[in-house]
Design a protein around this ligand. Structure first.
Ligand SMILES: NC(=O)c1ccc[n+]([C@@H]2O[C@H](COP(=O)([O-])OP(=O)(O)OC[C@H]3O[C@@H](n4cnc5c(N)ncnc54)[C@H](OP(=O)(O)O)[C@@H]3O)[C@@H](O)[C@H]2O)c1
Length: 273
């Protein structure tokens, strides 16, 4: 596994991690695939995808429970857990309580990275960021960040922080969703904020793409691996594909440690413009 620096810190995180949307359910819990999900997460960790992204929203907390169960067998410091607070829980006390509920479901005593899942214009950002900083002070959260924030929203959030800074903006980014290239990506690259690319496989569309399959032939790689490698060759970008199938996990883990050449990057970008 290839590692990248987390934001403006000296901590290293895997360039490709694991998403968990629909692991443990979507908007409601689903217990029917628990064993398969735990097994998939364990295999992914063994393959080096020790960065795991979950949220209190996923399966209404059941995703966090499954992640907690899967990581139990591994040394805590070898795993990097990301979870997110819902936009309706961004009031000071509600955010603190949400973080403790997540910790309980994860069965952990700290969260590596806690993200605001999406902005909530009805709640003053200062109140939210004060609560985020309080969690860092208490030691139950190591790093803080945001998700689905634009440049202005990142600036407003950062202006409220006195002791720390956001290290991540988790946003949709893939060959079929490149809107962040206009402003969010350059801002993050300039300010050393990691862009954690969600839906990096276009929700499963890109692995089926014929053009990417053809590019892959040259490298002995699949379309999914080309799509992920294209993301992680960019400064400050890591990706969190979700996979429950073991062959998908293996492929995703092997999307790092090599590079597309410059000409192919240009060709791919032209094709998906
Ligand atoms: N912050 C946010 O607002 C937000 C929003 C959306 C997503 N996310 C996070 O980002 C993660 C990833 O996004 P996503 O799950 O929506 O979409 P995605 O990762 O782009 O795509 C997931 C789909 O691709 C398939 N897949 C994975 N690896 C593959 C491979 N090597 N070859 C072929 N197919 C493959 C999976 O199949 P199998 O599962 O059957 O293996 C699944 O159907 C989420 O799980 C979540 O953690 C965050």
């Amino acid at each position: 596994m290839e590692f990248k620096r987390l934001g403006n810190t000296s901590v290293k995180i895997p360039a490709v991690g694991m998403g968990t949307w629909e692991i443990g359910g979507g908007l409601t819990p689903d217990y029917s695939l628990d064993e398969e999900a735990i097994q998939a997460l364990k295999v992914g960790i063994e393959l080096g995808m020790t960065l795991i992204d979950t949220a209190e929203m996923y399966g209404r907390g059941h995703s966090e429970e499954l992640v907690g169960e899967a990581v139990r067998a591994f040394p805590r410091e070898s795993i990097f857990i990301v979870t997110k607070v819902l936009p309706e829980n961004l009031r000071y006390n509600e955010l603190i309580e949400a973080a403790y509920r997540s910790l309980k479901r994860l069965n952990l005593d700290y969260i590596d990275l806690y993200l605001i899942h999406a902005p909530n214009p009805r709640i003053p950002i200062r109140e939210t960021m004060d609560a985020m900083e309080k969690l860092v002070d208490e030691g139950i959260v190591k790093f803080i960040g945001v998700s689905n924030f634009g440049v202005l929203q990142m600036e407003q959030a950062r202006a409220c922080l006195s002791k720390t800074d956001i290290v991540v903006n988790q946003v949709e980014y893939s060959l079929i969703e490149r809107r962040i290239e206009k402003d969010v990506l350059p801002y993050c690259q300039k300010n050393k904020i990691t862009v954690m690319a969600y839906c990096p496989l276009g929700r499963g569309i890109l692995p089926k793409n014929q053009f990417l399959k053809e590019v892959g032939l040259k490298y002995g790689k699949t379309a999914a691996q080309i799509a992920l490698n294209w993301l992680i060759q960019k400064d400050e970008v890591v990706a969190i594909p979700k996979a429950i199938k073991i062959e998908h996990l293996r492929e995703n883990a092997e999307s790092t440690g090599w590079r597309l050449n410059k000409e192919d990057v240009e060709l791919i970008e032209k094709y998906f413009r």
